[in-house]
Design a protein. Structure first.
Length: 67
């Protein structure tokens, strides 16, 4: 999945099981706040997430499934 923030900075991530998470490698655990917000999203959706550093909004740019 590729998402972009308000400044159009794009980030590619993969939703994985919590035991496989590695944020530095773009692997976000299923129960993380960002993952919960993105579950069920479609391309073009805007999702707002409350993080420790404040609230942030992302747009879903692309959805892909790893091989």
């Amino acid at each position: 999945m590729t998402i972009a923030d308000e400044d159009d900075c794009q980030r590619t991530l993969t939703l994985v099981g919590d035991d496989e998470q590695d944020a530095g490698a773009g692997l976000i655990g299923w129960s993380a706040p960002l993952a919960r917000a993105l579950r069920g999203a479609a391309v073009g959706d805007l999702r707002r997430v409350r993080l420790p550093g404040g609230e942030k909004e992302w747009e879903v740019i692309e959805i892909a499934y790893p091989d």
